[in-house]
Design a protein around this ligand. Structure first.
Ligand code: FDA
Length: 306
Protein backbone atom coordinates (compact mmCIF):
# COMPACT_ATOMS: atom_id res chain seq x y z
CA UNK A 1 0.00 0.00 0.00
CA UNK A 2 2.66 2.48 1.16
CA UNK A 3 4.93 1.47 -1.69
CA UNK A 4 2.16 2.04 -4.24
CA UNK A 5 1.32 5.44 -2.69
CA UNK A 6 4.93 6.59 -2.93
CA UNK A 7 5.26 5.32 -6.49
CA UNK A 8 2.05 7.16 -7.38
CA UNK A 9 3.46 10.34 -5.79
CA UNK A 10 6.52 9.85 -7.98
CA UNK A 11 4.30 10.75 -10.93
CA UNK A 12 2.76 13.85 -9.34
CA UNK A 13 4.15 17.21 -10.52
CA UNK A 14 2.92 18.91 -7.36
CA UNK A 15 4.69 16.48 -5.01
CA UNK A 16 7.76 16.70 -7.22
CA UNK A 17 7.91 20.49 -6.81
CA UNK A 18 7.46 20.20 -3.05
CA UNK A 19 10.13 17.54 -2.61
CA UNK A 20 12.64 19.09 -4.98
CA UNK A 21 12.66 22.38 -3.13
CA UNK A 22 12.51 21.03 0.43
CA UNK A 23 15.73 21.61 2.42
CA UNK A 24 15.50 18.08 3.87
CA UNK A 25 15.86 16.63 0.34
CA UNK A 26 19.54 17.56 0.07
CA UNK A 27 20.81 15.04 2.62
CA UNK A 28 18.92 12.12 1.15
CA UNK A 29 19.87 13.08 -2.41
CA UNK A 30 23.53 13.17 -1.40
CA UNK A 31 23.20 9.69 0.03
CA UNK A 32 21.85 8.09 -3.16
CA UNK A 33 23.26 10.27 -5.96
CA UNK A 34 26.84 11.15 -6.96
CA UNK A 35 26.06 14.81 -7.67
CA UNK A 36 24.73 16.91 -10.52
CA UNK A 37 27.66 16.78 -12.95
CA UNK A 38 29.74 14.19 -14.78
CA UNK A 39 32.75 15.42 -12.77
CA UNK A 40 30.96 14.34 -9.57
CA UNK A 41 30.30 10.88 -11.04
CA UNK A 42 33.98 10.59 -12.02
CA UNK A 43 35.12 11.60 -8.56
CA UNK A 44 32.83 9.04 -6.84
CA UNK A 45 33.88 6.39 -9.38
CA UNK A 46 37.54 6.98 -8.50
CA UNK A 47 36.74 6.63 -4.79
CA UNK A 48 34.75 3.43 -5.32
CA UNK A 49 37.42 1.96 -7.62
CA UNK A 50 40.06 2.67 -4.97
CA UNK A 51 38.01 0.47 -2.64
CA UNK A 52 37.94 -2.36 -5.16
CA UNK A 53 34.40 -1.75 -6.40
CA UNK A 54 33.29 -1.69 -10.04
CA UNK A 55 30.74 0.91 -11.12
CA UNK A 56 27.87 1.40 -13.56
CA UNK A 57 26.98 5.06 -14.08
CA UNK A 58 23.47 6.30 -14.84
CA UNK A 59 22.86 9.82 -16.14
CA UNK A 60 19.51 10.56 -14.52
CA UNK A 61 16.55 11.26 -16.75
CA UNK A 62 13.57 9.31 -18.03
CA UNK A 63 10.32 9.97 -19.88
CA UNK A 64 12.10 12.29 -22.28
CA UNK A 65 9.47 14.21 -24.24
CA UNK A 66 11.24 15.57 -27.32
CA UNK A 67 14.11 14.77 -29.71
CA UNK A 68 16.32 17.62 -28.47
CA UNK A 69 16.19 16.32 -24.89
CA UNK A 70 16.89 12.77 -26.12
CA UNK A 71 19.90 13.93 -28.11
CA UNK A 72 21.20 15.97 -25.19
CA UNK A 73 21.07 12.79 -23.08
CA UNK A 74 22.93 10.84 -25.76
CA UNK A 75 25.59 13.58 -25.94
CA UNK A 76 26.01 13.58 -22.18
CA UNK A 77 26.69 9.82 -22.22
CA UNK A 78 29.17 10.23 -25.09
CA UNK A 79 31.05 12.92 -23.13
CA UNK A 80 30.94 10.80 -20.01
CA UNK A 81 32.42 7.80 -21.84
CA UNK A 82 35.24 9.94 -23.23
CA UNK A 83 35.97 11.24 -19.75
CA UNK A 84 35.94 7.75 -18.20
CA UNK A 85 38.31 6.52 -20.89
CA UNK A 86 40.71 9.46 -20.47
CA UNK A 87 40.69 8.93 -16.72
CA UNK A 88 41.53 5.23 -17.28
CA UNK A 89 38.41 4.20 -15.38
CA UNK A 90 37.21 1.81 -18.09
CA UNK A 91 36.49 -1.09 -18.21
CA UNK A 92 35.82 -1.14 -14.45
CA UNK A 93 33.29 1.63 -14.96
CA UNK A 94 30.49 0.95 -17.42
CA UNK A 95 27.21 2.78 -18.02
CA UNK A 96 23.52 2.12 -17.49
CA UNK A 97 21.01 3.67 -19.86
CA UNK A 98 17.23 4.12 -19.77
CA UNK A 99 15.82 3.93 -23.28
CA UNK A 100 12.98 6.28 -22.31
CA UNK A 101 15.61 8.96 -21.77
CA UNK A 102 16.75 8.46 -25.37
CA UNK A 103 13.32 8.88 -26.97
CA UNK A 104 11.91 5.31 -26.91
CA UNK A 105 8.43 6.44 -25.80
CA UNK A 106 7.70 8.82 -28.69
CA UNK A 107 10.06 7.61 -31.44
CA UNK A 108 11.50 4.09 -31.20
CA UNK A 109 13.73 4.68 -34.23
CA UNK A 110 15.30 7.71 -32.60
CA UNK A 111 15.62 5.87 -29.27
CA UNK A 112 17.44 3.06 -31.01
CA UNK A 113 19.73 5.39 -32.99
CA UNK A 114 20.71 7.19 -29.78
CA UNK A 115 21.32 3.90 -27.94
CA UNK A 116 23.40 2.66 -30.86
CA UNK A 117 25.57 5.80 -30.79
CA UNK A 118 26.17 5.28 -27.07
CA UNK A 119 27.06 1.59 -27.54
CA UNK A 120 29.50 2.51 -30.32
CA UNK A 121 31.21 5.07 -28.09
CA UNK A 122 31.33 2.59 -25.20
CA UNK A 123 33.00 0.01 -27.45
CA UNK A 124 35.56 2.64 -28.47
CA UNK A 125 36.13 3.48 -24.79
CA UNK A 126 36.60 -0.21 -23.99
CA UNK A 127 33.58 -0.65 -21.79
CA UNK A 128 30.00 -1.93 -21.75
CA UNK A 129 26.44 -0.63 -21.65
CA UNK A 130 23.53 -2.09 -19.70
CA UNK A 131 19.96 -1.16 -20.70
CA UNK A 132 17.92 -0.47 -17.58
CA UNK A 133 14.41 -1.91 -17.57
CA UNK A 134 11.45 0.39 -16.93
CA UNK A 135 7.73 -0.34 -16.52
CA UNK A 136 6.23 -3.43 -18.15
CA UNK A 137 4.77 -1.55 -21.12
CA UNK A 138 8.35 -1.06 -22.35
CA UNK A 139 9.68 -4.60 -21.81
CA UNK A 140 9.06 -5.95 -25.33
CA UNK A 141 10.44 -2.85 -27.01
CA UNK A 142 13.53 -2.84 -24.76
CA UNK A 143 14.25 -6.53 -25.37
CA UNK A 144 13.83 -6.06 -29.13
CA UNK A 145 16.29 -3.15 -29.09
CA UNK A 146 18.64 -5.21 -26.94
CA UNK A 147 18.67 -8.00 -29.53
CA UNK A 148 19.46 -5.53 -32.33
CA UNK A 149 22.18 -3.82 -30.31
CA UNK A 150 23.72 -7.15 -29.32
CA UNK A 151 24.02 -8.13 -32.98
CA UNK A 152 26.53 -5.29 -33.32
CA UNK A 153 27.72 -4.84 -29.71
CA UNK A 154 27.47 -8.32 -28.15
CA UNK A 155 28.37 -7.20 -24.62
CA UNK A 156 25.29 -4.96 -24.28
CA UNK A 157 23.57 -6.01 -21.07
CA UNK A 158 19.90 -6.36 -20.16
CA UNK A 159 17.93 -6.00 -16.94
CA UNK A 160 15.18 -8.46 -16.06
CA UNK A 161 12.74 -7.86 -13.20
CA UNK A 162 11.80 -10.88 -11.09
CA UNK A 163 8.40 -9.40 -10.17
CA UNK A 164 7.15 -9.85 -13.74
CA UNK A 165 5.46 -13.18 -14.43
CA UNK A 166 7.14 -13.36 -17.84
CA UNK A 167 10.70 -13.02 -16.52
CA UNK A 168 11.58 -16.68 -15.95
CA UNK A 169 10.92 -17.27 -19.66
CA UNK A 170 12.92 -14.16 -20.57
CA UNK A 171 15.81 -15.50 -18.48
CA UNK A 172 15.75 -18.72 -20.52
CA UNK A 173 15.92 -16.66 -23.73
CA UNK A 174 18.83 -14.60 -22.43
CA UNK A 175 20.90 -17.24 -20.61
CA UNK A 176 23.10 -17.98 -23.63
CA UNK A 177 26.79 -17.45 -24.18
CA UNK A 178 28.01 -13.83 -23.98
CA UNK A 179 24.71 -12.57 -22.60
CA UNK A 180 24.96 -10.18 -19.65
CA UNK A 181 21.80 -10.09 -17.55
CA UNK A 182 21.19 -8.02 -14.44
CA UNK A 183 18.50 -9.65 -12.35
CA UNK A 184 16.63 -7.33 -9.97
CA UNK A 185 13.28 -7.54 -8.15
CA UNK A 186 11.73 -4.59 -10.03
CA UNK A 187 10.97 -1.06 -8.88
CA UNK A 188 7.74 0.07 -10.61
CA UNK A 189 4.07 -0.10 -9.67
CA UNK A 190 2.82 -3.03 -11.73
CA UNK A 191 -0.67 -4.62 -11.92
CA UNK A 192 -1.39 -8.13 -10.74
CA UNK A 193 -2.08 -9.24 -14.31
CA UNK A 194 1.62 -8.95 -15.16
CA UNK A 195 3.47 -8.96 -11.83
CA UNK A 196 3.65 -10.93 -8.59
CA UNK A 197 2.36 -8.75 -5.76
CA UNK A 198 3.64 -10.37 -2.57
CA UNK A 199 7.25 -10.14 -1.42
CA UNK A 200 7.36 -13.93 -1.06
CA UNK A 201 6.22 -14.53 -4.64
CA UNK A 202 8.73 -11.99 -5.97
CA UNK A 203 11.54 -13.60 -3.97
CA UNK A 204 10.57 -17.08 -5.16
CA UNK A 205 10.56 -15.85 -8.74
CA UNK A 206 13.97 -14.24 -8.16
CA UNK A 207 15.41 -17.58 -7.07
CA UNK A 208 13.89 -19.43 -10.05
CA UNK A 209 15.32 -16.80 -12.42
CA UNK A 210 18.70 -16.94 -10.68
CA UNK A 211 18.76 -20.72 -11.14
CA UNK A 212 18.16 -20.29 -14.87
CA UNK A 213 20.86 -17.63 -15.26
CA UNK A 214 23.45 -19.32 -13.05
CA UNK A 215 22.98 -22.67 -14.78
CA UNK A 216 23.18 -21.03 -18.24
CA UNK A 217 26.15 -19.85 -20.27
CA UNK A 218 25.78 -16.08 -19.84
CA UNK A 219 27.09 -13.64 -17.25
CA UNK A 220 24.60 -13.16 -14.39
CA UNK A 221 24.60 -9.83 -12.55
CA UNK A 222 22.90 -10.39 -9.22
CA UNK A 223 21.39 -7.01 -8.35
CA UNK A 224 19.93 -7.07 -4.87
CA UNK A 225 20.58 -5.87 -1.32
CA UNK A 226 18.51 -8.68 0.12
CA UNK A 227 20.78 -10.72 2.45
CA UNK A 228 18.88 -13.96 1.75
CA UNK A 229 19.13 -13.59 -2.03
CA UNK A 230 22.81 -12.62 -1.82
CA UNK A 231 23.48 -15.82 0.14
CA UNK A 232 21.51 -17.83 -2.43
CA UNK A 233 23.53 -16.11 -5.20
CA UNK A 234 26.79 -17.21 -3.55
CA UNK A 235 25.42 -20.70 -3.10
CA UNK A 236 24.25 -21.06 -6.74
CA UNK A 237 27.57 -19.74 -8.06
CA UNK A 238 29.33 -22.52 -6.12
CA UNK A 239 26.77 -25.11 -7.13
CA UNK A 240 27.17 -24.28 -10.84
CA UNK A 241 30.97 -24.02 -10.58
CA UNK A 242 31.16 -20.37 -11.45
CA UNK A 243 34.40 -18.67 -10.50
CA UNK A 244 34.42 -15.09 -9.16
CA UNK A 245 34.87 -13.64 -12.67
CA UNK A 246 31.87 -15.52 -14.09
CA UNK A 247 29.15 -13.49 -12.34
CA UNK A 248 28.88 -10.36 -10.23
CA UNK A 249 26.86 -8.71 -7.48
CA UNK A 250 25.39 -5.27 -8.03
CA UNK A 251 23.99 -2.77 -5.53
CA UNK A 252 22.84 0.83 -5.56
CA UNK A 253 25.08 3.66 -4.43
CA UNK A 254 24.24 4.51 -0.83
CA UNK A 255 22.41 1.26 -0.06
CA UNK A 256 24.17 -1.24 2.26
CA UNK A 257 27.66 0.16 1.51
CA UNK A 258 29.28 -2.07 4.18
CA UNK A 259 27.84 -5.15 2.51
CA UNK A 260 29.25 -3.99 -0.85
CA UNK A 261 32.71 -3.78 0.70
CA UNK A 262 32.36 -7.08 2.56
CA UNK A 263 31.54 -8.96 -0.64
CA UNK A 264 34.40 -7.25 -2.51
CA UNK A 265 36.80 -8.30 0.25
CA UNK A 266 35.66 -11.90 -0.24
CA UNK A 267 36.91 -11.60 -3.84
CA UNK A 268 33.57 -11.14 -5.63
CA UNK A 269 33.08 -8.51 -8.30
CA UNK A 270 30.71 -5.95 -6.81
CA UNK A 271 29.38 -3.22 -9.09
CA UNK A 272 27.82 -0.09 -7.65
CA UNK A 273 25.02 1.62 -9.61
CA UNK A 274 25.94 5.29 -9.46
CA UNK A 275 23.43 7.88 -10.69
CA UNK A 276 24.18 11.57 -11.31
CA UNK A 277 22.37 14.54 -12.78
CA UNK A 278 19.69 17.03 -11.83
CA UNK A 279 16.65 14.85 -12.62
CA UNK A 280 16.88 12.82 -9.44
CA UNK A 281 13.22 12.96 -8.37
CA UNK A 282 11.73 9.72 -9.86
CA UNK A 283 14.88 7.74 -9.04
CA UNK A 284 14.84 8.91 -5.44
CA UNK A 285 11.13 8.20 -5.03
CA UNK A 286 11.70 4.59 -6.13
CA UNK A 287 14.44 4.31 -3.49
CA UNK A 288 12.04 5.65 -0.84
CA UNK A 289 9.35 3.20 -1.90
CA UNK A 290 11.76 0.32 -1.34
CA UNK A 291 12.29 1.15 2.30
CA UNK A 292 9.43 2.17 4.60
CA UNK A 293 11.97 3.62 7.08
CA UNK A 294 12.75 6.30 4.49
CA UNK A 295 9.16 7.50 4.40
CA UNK A 296 9.67 9.83 7.40
CA UNK A 297 11.87 11.83 5.06
CA UNK A 298 9.07 12.31 2.59
CA UNK A 299 6.63 13.35 5.29
CA UNK A 300 9.13 15.93 6.63
CA UNK A 301 9.77 17.26 3.11
CA UNK A 302 6.05 17.73 2.45
CA UNK A 303 5.35 19.24 5.92
CA UNK A 304 8.17 21.74 5.60
CA UNK A 305 6.75 23.06 2.32
CA UNK A 306 2.99 22.95 2.84
P1 FDA B 1 14.43 -5.40 -0.95
O1 FDA B 1 13.72 -4.19 -1.47
O2 FDA B 1 13.63 -6.49 -0.34
O3 FDA B 1 15.55 -4.90 0.06
C1 FDA B 1 16.33 -5.80 0.81
C2 FDA B 1 17.06 -4.98 1.87
O4 FDA B 1 17.97 -4.07 1.25
C3 FDA B 1 16.15 -4.08 2.69
O5 FDA B 1 15.60 -4.76 3.78
C4 FDA B 1 17.11 -2.97 3.10
O6 FDA B 1 17.92 -3.40 4.16
C5 FDA B 1 17.96 -2.82 1.89
N1 FDA B 1 17.43 -1.80 0.96
C6 FDA B 1 16.86 -2.04 -0.24
N2 FDA B 1 16.52 -0.88 -0.85
C7 FDA B 1 16.88 0.11 -0.02
C8 FDA B 1 16.80 1.53 -0.08
N3 FDA B 1 16.30 2.14 -1.12
N4 FDA B 1 17.27 2.25 0.97
C9 FDA B 1 17.82 1.64 2.02
N5 FDA B 1 17.93 0.27 2.15
C10 FDA B 1 17.46 -0.46 1.16
N6 FDA B 1 14.76 -1.90 -10.94
C11 FDA B 1 14.12 -1.82 -12.14
O7 FDA B 1 12.89 -1.93 -12.16
N7 FDA B 1 14.83 -1.62 -13.28
C12 FDA B 1 16.18 -1.52 -13.29
O8 FDA B 1 16.79 -1.34 -14.36
C13 FDA B 1 16.87 -1.62 -12.05
N8 FDA B 1 18.24 -1.53 -11.98
C14 FDA B 1 18.87 -1.80 -10.79
C15 FDA B 1 20.26 -1.86 -10.72
C16 FDA B 1 20.89 -2.25 -9.57
C17 FDA B 1 22.38 -2.37 -9.55
C18 FDA B 1 20.12 -2.55 -8.41
C19 FDA B 1 20.77 -2.99 -7.15
C20 FDA B 1 18.77 -2.43 -8.45
C21 FDA B 1 18.12 -2.04 -9.61
N9 FDA B 1 16.75 -1.90 -9.66
C22 FDA B 1 16.11 -1.80 -10.88
C23 FDA B 1 15.95 -1.81 -8.40
C24 FDA B 1 15.40 -3.15 -7.95
O9 FDA B 1 14.40 -3.56 -8.81
C25 FDA B 1 14.82 -3.07 -6.52
O10 FDA B 1 13.78 -2.14 -6.49
C26 FDA B 1 15.83 -2.68 -5.46
O11 FDA B 1 17.08 -3.26 -5.70
C27 FDA B 1 15.37 -3.14 -4.08
O12 FDA B 1 15.22 -4.53 -4.07
P2 FDA B 1 16.18 -5.54 -3.25
O13 FDA B 1 16.47 -6.68 -4.14
O14 FDA B 1 17.37 -4.82 -2.75
O15 FDA B 1 15.28 -6.10 -2.11
Amino acid sequence: MLRSAILAAARSDRVERLVETAPVSRAIVRRFIAGEHAADALERTRELAAEGLAVTIDYLGEDTANPQQAEATRDEYVKLLDALHSAELTPDAEISVKLSALGQAFDEKLGFANARAICAKAAEAGTTVTLDMEDHTTTDSTLEMLARLRAEFPTTGAVLQAYLRRTEADCRELAGEGSRVRLCKGAYNEPESVAYQSRLDVDKSYVRCLNVLMSGDGYPMVATHDPRLIAIGEDRAKWFDRSADEFEFQMLYGVRPEEQRRLARLGYTVRVYLPYGTQWYPYMMRRLAERPANVGFLARALRSKS
